[in-house]
Design a protein around this ligand. Structure first.
Ligand SMILES: Nc1ncnc2c1ncn2[C@@H]1O[C@H](COP(=O)(O)OP(=O)(O)O)[C@@H](O)[C@H]1O
Ligand SMILES: [Mg+2]
Length: 257
């Protein structure tokens, strides 16, 4: 499922000279002007840059929501540019974990049912996957809220449901778009601690943020300006922050069927 380089590192994804133009009323906007980036499995990348620098465009391409104008995008072993729209939406639904600023939960569904949604779309709901959704809910600290609906949860709890949902498909990576943008500072810290823990457990995370404090949790900060990557810096010291959920929740490895 993954690309292995000669050095033996598995890549979650790889971008080569990726470009994206938008044509609007006869004018071409060069939103991405050649981005090359390798994201090894287990990496934790923050994408930063001023408004208009191309962050959302890059996120849309990474999430298979759009196709590049030129260049290559490899997701594991797949060359995304060669996929048709149906294949793209299949990959999007089955192998990418999205976490949005606005949670995007379904109000009528319970915590467990919301976590189950990506499986439901693939017709993969059964007793075993239901158990897995329970484990994921427990892993994000919501074991005692399984039957609650989104309106009965705080913002931080809703985002934890969204994070659990993002993991249900064993994704190549979690793609987080300003995931803490709607949360107060204490809840932001809890959600970031959860991302830290998921990354420590081997999950690959790519997040867009405009906040330095949020980006400081990542192992690597990629900065965009005018559609180009102007820096790609690894943190000298990897974050080592305590989990708000203690040690036990991490030991259940719920993504192993
Ligand atoms: N659908 C679109 N059609 C035309 N231009 C677009 C479209 N989406 C984004 N752009 C332009 O592409 C550039 C990058 O936008 P975007 O990726 O949204 O930047 P960011 O998320 O960093 O603010 C901007 O100049 C923006 O106006
Ligand atoms: Mg944007």
């Amino acid at each position: 499922m993954t690309t292995t380089t000669e050095a033996g590192t598995s890549m979650a994804c790889r971008l080569v000279a990726l470009k994206k133009d938008y044509v609007l009323k006869g004018e071409t906007v060069r939103a991405l002007r050649g981005i090359s980036l390798e994201v090894p499995q287990g990496d934790y990348v923050a994408i930063m840059g001023a408004s208009g620098s191309g962050k959302s465009t890059l996120l849309n391409l990474l999430g298979c929501l759009d196709k590049p104008t030129s260049g290559s995008y490899y997701l594991g072993n797949l060359d995304v540019a060669r996929l048709n729209d149906q294949q793209l939406s299949m990959i999007r639904a089955s192998r990418i974990g999205f976490v949005f600023q606005s949670y995007n939960l379904i109000p009528q569904l319970t915590v467990v049912e919301n976590i189950e949604v990506p499986l439901y779309y693939q017709g993969r709901v059964n007793r075993q996957t239901r158990r897995r959704c329970h484990s994921l809910a427990a892993m994000v600290g919501l074991a005692d809220r399984l039957g609650h609906r989104p309106t009965q949860l705080s913002g931080g709890q809703q985002q934890r449901v969204a994070i659990a949902r993002s993991l249900v498909n064993d994704p190549y990576f979690i793609l987080a778009d300003e995931a803490t943008g709607n949360l107060d500072s204490k809840t932001t810290a809890e959600i970031l601690a959860l991302f830290d823990r998921l990354n420590q457990e081997g999950r690959t995370i790519i997040m867009v943020t405009h906040e330095d404090e949020v980006a400081s949790h990542a192992k690597r900060v990629v900065r965009l300006r005018d559609g180009l990557m102007i820096s790609d810096e690894r943190s000298p010291r990897e974050p080592d922050r305590p989990s708000p959920f203690g040690q036990s929740a991490g030991s259940c490895s719920p993504w192993i069927f």
